[in-house]
Write a protein that binds this ligand. Structure first.
Ligand code: AGP
Length: 624
């Protein structure tokens, strides 16, 4: 995910911005930039592709090689206000012109933006017609031109408020104007933005580590608020201009806690980022109420035409995301889908045809087996679509098109936010294929688009309501040395993923089975000590799953059920029921996987384990 840092005060800004961006490096980025307000009424901007050492080098170069005082050499005084950004590409390739800050045609308004502007195409068209000259492929640039357009209102804050009223999406941004030195104006819609208070200086950032070296006095900008930041003051405003009082909070985190956004581990932080990650993944792709758009720079939608068969290849958690995708593609687009783990398929002397679409799912884009399988499929004539989280990864080069998830960097070895984004991407793909093939009625597509758009809100509700019950269940079962996971239909992938998570981070033996297969062997494992996690959310054969749960109960085993809100049938058959919000049944797996991530997390913590770095595992498996 991108990072924002801003400073206004009395000290040389350049080093404060660069050091602040370095503290946000853990979020992942592919390019970076700074803009600084000079007192000659201009803005100096430097951007670079690659890591921050490249940006540093570019800044030194633009200073004429003088790095001595951390100030910009072209300024007539020490430059003391500016904004910086680390970009993780979503719209547009990784290029210097797509890096932030972005600026308007007169080069007087500069902005740094996190998140997605959903209606950027409409705004871009309108602003271009009025003469704005766009210099990037990004959605973010539209904000600079829009603010510039509204500068006729007389002030930067007035222009930001007017622009904010027109922007749709999920974003936060900070703007500066060459005409108003010593002022930063920020706006928040969903994506985080935080103020660090100083004496005669103020900081603004997307995460606290960016300014923790300077201040621990923090003010949180709430959703849908605007801030005006000057060296001696910070004003909080409603979008209509009404002032808001905001309390100060003292943050006593150490650096490592700060990096984790205050969470005790990266895994917990990343679990809590899932609503944002899904929102970014679906944002601009679900603008149309009557369908989905996937056509972007690296995905020509004609790749989806004339496909007779889909084959999904992946490993681990990504394979489980594919399994959910299989149900969605078959159900909605009525295209047959085969699947295999990449490490097996590639050695099967596999048969593929030109009318086959092979989807390689890999969050890292670097998993050796998945890459080898994708290459083999391509050699044998299939069209290959990569679904990955990493721009420029090998998978993007070994494919005919890329469908990006936008989860941001995932530090923890255990995949959490990346699987929910992969599942969301599979839903979008399945729906687009259905739309192209006419296999779903337009009303049904509209209904599903509306439900998909609600997913981030449902994830937030779900996570907020979960902790108590899951912690209690984890405590109760933390010493068990074997767990069985059961699920059927779309719930089977969720069971497989829940079992993998518990193995991976809590080192507990698990088995995961299709509910209907239990009686063919695994039932022999059950006794009154066995915890059995049953995925029983809404789906077409839920009754059959409930019968399987009854079979488990009859052996005296302890049932922990994941069910859909409003379905009280599970109360009668399970000792513990964890509810997920009701949505269309096909979307339930995306929600149901979240309590199982948290359950594994709490069990592992009960056992005192380091969940971010489980033994014997690495984040990316690049050896064959
Ligand atoms: C999941 O928690 C694991 N870390 C692992 O199974 C992972 O999903 C697998 O190695 C595939 O990785 P990829 O998505 O980067 O290809």
């Amino acid at each position: 995910m991108c990072g924002i840092v801003g400073y206004v005060g009395y000290r040389p800004v350049q080093e404060i911005l660069l050091a602040g961006l370095e503290k946000l490096e853990y979020r992942g980025y592919d390019s970076a930039g700074l803009s600084m307000l000079l007192d000659d009424g201009t803005i100096e901007s430097v951007r670079a592709v690659g890591n921050l050492s490249r940006l540093r080098a570019a800044v030194v170069h633009s200073n004429g090689g003088d790095e001595s005082d951390g100030a910009v050499a072209t300024a007539t005084r020490t430059v003391t206000s500016g904004i910086g950004h680390t970009r993780w590409a979503t719209h547009g390739r990784v290029t210097e012109s797509n890096a932030h800050p972005h600026y308007d045609t007169s080069d007087k308004i500069h902005v740094v933006v996190n998140g997605i502007v959903e209606n950027y195409l409409v705004l871009k068209r309108r602003l271009s017609d009025m003469g704005a000259v766009f210099t990037s492929e990004t959605d973010a640039e539209v904000i600079a031109h829009l603010i510039s357009h509204h500068m006729a209102l007389g002030s930067l804050v007035g222009a930001v408020r007017a622009a904010y009223a027109e922007l749709e999406g999920h974003y936060s941004f900070v703007a500066i104007s060459a005409d108003e030195p010593d002022t930063l104006v920020g706006a928040r819609k969903e994506c985080p933005l935080i103020i660090g208070r100083g004496d005669g200086e103020q900081f603004l950032a997307s995460a606290i580590p960016a300014f923790l070296a300077h201040t621990r006095d923090v003010q949180y900008i709430e959703n849908e608020e605007i801030v005006v930041v000057r060296p001696d003051s910070v004003e909080f405003l409603e979008p209509d201009g009404t002032p808001i009082e905001r309390e100060h909070t003292h943050v006593d985190w150490d650096e490592s806690t700060a990096e984790k956004g205050g969470y005790e581990t990266f895994m917990l932080k990343e679990i809590n980022e899932q609503a944002d990650a899904v929102a970014e993944t679906i944002a601009d792709r679900t603008i149309r109420p009557d369908g989905v758009d996937l056509g972007e720079a690296e995905l020509d939608e004609s790749l989806l035409d004339d496909v007779e068969r889909v084959l999904i290849l992946a490993a681990g958690t990504s394979f489980h995301a594919g399994l959910i995708g299989r149900y969605a593609i078959e159900e909605w687009a009525r295209v047959p889908v085969d699947m295999d783990v990449a490490s097996e398929w590639r050695y099967r002397n596999p048969i593929v045809s030109e009318r086959e679409l092979v989807i390689g799912i890999t969050q890292s884009g670097e998993t050796a087996d998945t890459l080898a399988a994708m290459r083999l499929a391509r050699e044998r004539g299939a069209k290959v679509l990569a679904c990955t989280n990493v721009v420029g990864s090998q998978a993007t080069r070994d494919s005919d098109g890329v469908l990006y998830t936008r989860a941001g960097l995932e530090v923890s070895v255990a995949a959490t936010k990346t699987i929910v984004c992969q599942v969301a991407a599979m839903y979008l793909l399945a729906l687009r294929m259905a739309e192209k093939r006419g296999t779903l009625a337009p009303e049904r597509i509209a209904e599903l688009v509306a439900e998909i758009k609600q997913l981030p809100t449902r994830i937030t509700e779900l996570i907020e309501g979960l902790n108590g019950s899951l912690m209690a269940a984890a405590k109760r079962h933390a010493t068990s040395d074997f767990y069985l996971y059961l699920g059927r239909h779309v719930g089977r992938a969720v069971a497989l993923e829940g079992a993998l998570k518990l193995k991976e981070i809590a080192y507990i033996a698990t088995d995961a089975y299709a509910g209907g297969e239990m009686k063919h062997g695994p039932i022999a494992l059950l006794d009154e000590k066995t915890p059995v996690v049953c995925v029983a959310t809404d789906m077409p054969i839920l009754d059959k799953m409930i019968s399987n749960i009854q079979e488990v109960r009859a052996r005296g085993a302890h049932v922990i059920a994941i069910a859909t809100e409003g379905d009280d049938r599970l109360e009668a058959v399970a000792e513990e029921v964890i509810y997920v919000p009701r949505t269309d049944w096909m979307l339930q797996p995306l929600l149901a996987v979240i309590p199982l991530q948290l359950f594994a997390y709490y069990v592992a913590r009960e056992r005192g384990l380091n969940v971010d770095q489980p033994r014997n595992l690495a984040k990316t498996v690049t050896v064959e």
